[in-house]
Design a protein around this ligand. Structure first.
Ligand code: AHM
Ligand code: MG
Length: 336
């Protein structure tokens, strides 16, 4: 039997870059840096359950170093790797209050959520890293400005996530479709396992924190009731699946079809998830995979960012499911 050729992430990126002979290769180098950091974070995540052996956060480990929380550690690893690579002029992170300035002569900006869903670490559930890459607006060599870092999602050059699940994967887009690579630990490399991912146009999974049901908008409550109402012709009731870890919930819905919702609540009128680190990258991936991502009014990627840690309500997934939700969001009956 003919052996299937393994395509590694680095090979894939090199092949893609070769299609654009005028490209500088800087973006590929940022991917190299993200790949390296994600392998280190993967190693640390896999050791998370050994906290009693290796030491709890704040304690001193056998090397005499302070044991850091995994999300702080992940933040440090991604920053160190991207900074050392030298192809990024600034980085913004969910873990940091301010813009981190890097090489002023570089042209790319990275936005990152180094370890999303970190409350799931203690219970051994899937977590992830989410990233997106923008081209700076200001000229190279000048100081990076807030406007460089606060660009609309439509300006993303690339976006992706790393999922630390039963296996570790990188899923990313550069605007030419979405591809997924699984880490083969025996060779220490990510190999193409999910070429050209397309989200099913329709699905029967809805993902939402239903504990918030009484405090979310009436229109969304009505849509959730629709998801639960039996109707054989539309495969209802749908299944509720909610891990509480965006990357895990998103990845499942991307492969199987479904809708993920984090609406506004009475105490969090703009929802919980961050535009720059969570919603925009996922929206870019989804649209590239044939899905849809909205904030309840319009396209997520059209939202004008006003601050680094801005939150937005988000509804995203299979196009037909999001469109069905929109009929509720736009219905005047529900609003009364
Ligand atoms: P985090 O950035 O503090 O980890 O929070 C983000 C996480 C997402 O992964 C997940 O979708 C959401 O919070 C779950 O929130 P909730 O527990 O309110 O349902
Ligand atoms: Mg997060």
């Amino acid at each position: 039997m003919e052996k299937k050729r393994v395509i590694t992430l680095s090979q894939f990126i090199a092949d893609e870059q070769a299609k654009f002979p005028e490209s500088s290769g800087d973006l590929s180098k940022i991917f190299r840096d993200i790949k390296l950091a994600s392998k280190i974070v993967n190693r640390d995540v896999r050791k998370a359950g050994l906290v009693d052996i290796l030491g709890a956060h704040g304690s001193i480990n056998v090397q005499g170093e302070e044991v850091k929380k995994l999300d702080v550690l992940a933040n440090n690893e991604f920053i160190a790797s991207i900074q050392a690579g030298g192809d990024c002029c600034a980085l913004i992170s969910e873990e940091e209050d301010y813009i981190r300035h890097m090489n002023p002569d570089a042209k790319y900006i990275v936005a990152i959520d180094p370890l999303d869903g970190s409350s799931n670490i203690d219970v051994n559930a899937t977590i992830g890293t989410i990233f997106s890459i923008y081209r700076r607006i200001s000229p190279k060599g000048s100081p990076v400005t807030e406007a460089d870092c606060l660009q609309k999602g439509t300006n993303q050059v690339a976006a992706g996530y790393v999922i630390y699940g039963s296996s570790t994967m990188i899923v990313y887009t550069t605007g030419q479709g979405v591809n997924g690579f699984t880490l083969d630990v025996s060779i220490g490399d990510f190999c193409l396992s999910h070429p050209n991912i397309q989200i099913p146009q329709d699905g029967k999974i809805y993902s939402v924190n239903e504990g918030n049901f009484p405090v979310i908008p009436l229109e969304v409550r009505e849509y959730i009731k629709y998801c639960k109402t039996p109707d054989a012709s539309t495969n209802r009731p749908f299944s509720a699946r909610y891990i509480g870890s965006l990357v895990a919930d998103f990845h499942r819905n991307l492969l199987k079809g479904g809708i993920f919702m984090y609406p506004s609540t009475e105490t969090a009128p703009t929802g919980k998830l961050r535009l720059m680190y969570e919603c925009n990258p996922m929206a870019f991936i989804l649209e590239q995979a044939g899905g849809k991502a909205i904030d309840g009014v319009g396209r997520i990627m059209e939202v004008e960012p006003t601050e680094l840690h801005q939150r937005v309500p988000v509804y995203m997934g299979s196009t037909k499911m999001v469109e069905k939700l929109e009929t509720y969001l736009n219905s005047s009956e529900a609003a009364q």
